[in-house]
Write a protein that binds this ligand. Structure first.
Ligand code: FNR
Length: 180
């Protein structure tokens, strides 16, 4: 079984990012399993903790180590990645030389409730993942706009064309994982 860690950049219960992630998790083929990795309980990263990390860091790093690839689904906050997601990247990247992100294939979906679709967050995240040595799906890029119109009351994506597009994205991610 290939495990896909799913990291959502919003802590909101009704988060569109999470609802979109729930939809995308179902598009992986047989033999793939999505595991949501929670990031809201991680204390703010402090380098002083490197020698004696809080329990939350230890179990988070173990969980990320145990997955084969990571899907990030995130909103944009102030033209960048939400702090909670950046914090998770930082926690996973240390102690120096022991990054749990290293070499794991990754894929990014950004979304927003406007037409902008999280372009800034998508590319700032891409920049960090490049440094973290994570091969990232290049094409198709996924920027989802007007999420409030895309997700129905039951949390399902209501537009077949978007589902097909997301399927092609998942297929590209699976190809990337298989090449590693
Ligand atoms: C936003 N939002 C937002 N949208 C956008 O397109 N560009 C931006 O820079 C921002 N900045 C921003 C900052 C903060 C602090 C908040 C709370 C919101 C709006 C954002 O796209 C919208 O709230 C999404 O619905 C958040 O995603 P979730 O929580 O639904 O996953």
């Amino acid at each position: 079984m290939t495990k896909i860690g799913v990291v959502v950049g919003s802590l909101r219960k009704e988060s569109f990012s999470r609802k979109i992630a729930n939809n995308v998790a179902k598009l992986f083929p047989e033999g793939y399993e999505a595991e949501f990795i929670e990031i809201g309980n991680l204390p703010l990263y402090n380098e002083e903790y490197d020698g004696n990390s809080p329990e939350e860091y230890v179990s988070f790093r173990e969980t990320v180590s145990g997955v084969d690839a990571v899907l990030f689904v995130t909103p944009e906050y102030n033209r960048s990645v939400p702090g909670v997601l950046k914090n998770a990247l930082d926690v996973g990247s240390r102690p120096y030389g022991e990054s749990v992100w290293n070499a794991k294939p990754a894929a990014i979906i950004s979304q927003s409730i406007s037409n902008l679709s999280g372009f800034g967050a998508n590319h700032h995240l891409r920049q960090s993942l490049t440094f973290l040595n994570m091969p990232v799906v290049q094409q198709p890029e996924v920027y989802l706009a007007n999420s409030q119109d895309l997700v129905d009351d039951s949390g399902n994506i209501n537009n077949e064309q978007t589902v097909q597009f997301l399927q092609s994205f998942v297929d590209a991610f699976v190809d990337l994982i298989n090449k590693q």
